[in-house]
Design a protein around this ligand. Sequence first.
Ligand SMILES: [Zn+2]
Length: 300
Amino acid sequence: MKRLMTQLLNLNGVIVEDSRQRDETLILSIRVANKKANCPRCKQTSYRLHQNRFHLVRDLPMGTYEVILRVNRRQFKCEYCKKPFSEILNFVGNRKRFTHRYAQMITEEVIHSDIHNVAKKNGLTDEEVWSMVMAIAEEIMPIPVEKLRRLGIDEISLVKGQGKFIVVWVDLETHKLVGLVPERKQPEIEKAMQKWGEEVLAKIKEEFHQIFEERKDLGTGTLELIDWLKKAEPYYKKSVKTIKRWLAEVVGYFERRTTNGIVEGINNKLKVLKRCGFGFRNFNNFEIRALLYWHFSDIS
Ligand SMILES: [Zn+2]
């Protein structure tokens, strides 16, 4: 039975010692096969068990059963530092009450639905679901921009009729959202771009598309960018030259008055996300939620 349960659990290096059933829940007591752990301070291997520490974590369901793992996160004593330390378990984060793969499953459900419905379906609270989403989001953030070559910019209205806009960055090659800026104002855009660093800015060579849906904003948008360039010049030097070249394209874009299908598609999806739950009340949460939609598949 132990062997079968271990196979069914299918967690690398983990053995099921005992299983109990209570109503629709399976409680599996597990242990890690490995008898040693590495000290986080000196990296030395220790075999000296100091203390057993059990806690419960939620794992993937088995059939119709909800699965709770009784995990022993052992404490070892380091022979060199003479101090105790907790082992690192690759399937459950420190102080987390869910396995990594469970959080991944929940996050995937959230991507195709919304926090509240996923919570209800899985017998979790909204807060629990969100903490799982955050744990998975940590793996994709920050979104890598090293390969960014063609940047598209658009804006989307926060609340209809209030004239408040956020900025949307899009990678025109991968067709993915790169990030959001909470306000369409120079200091905010500046701050967001600074995060990318000089090297990245210098690498974005080919094109720079500033795409504002409303044509009346052409003037404002361009002026803001010119202002920003002046301010940024001492810090970026080379990059600013590159951006100045993009600027010509930006203006050219508006003159041609073409629309960009890629950015438009992303904007439409953002509008859908805005409607399901989070809205824009918490900008950071909304950005995480949006980035997950486009980058969740990057997690191996
Ligand atoms: Zn040590």
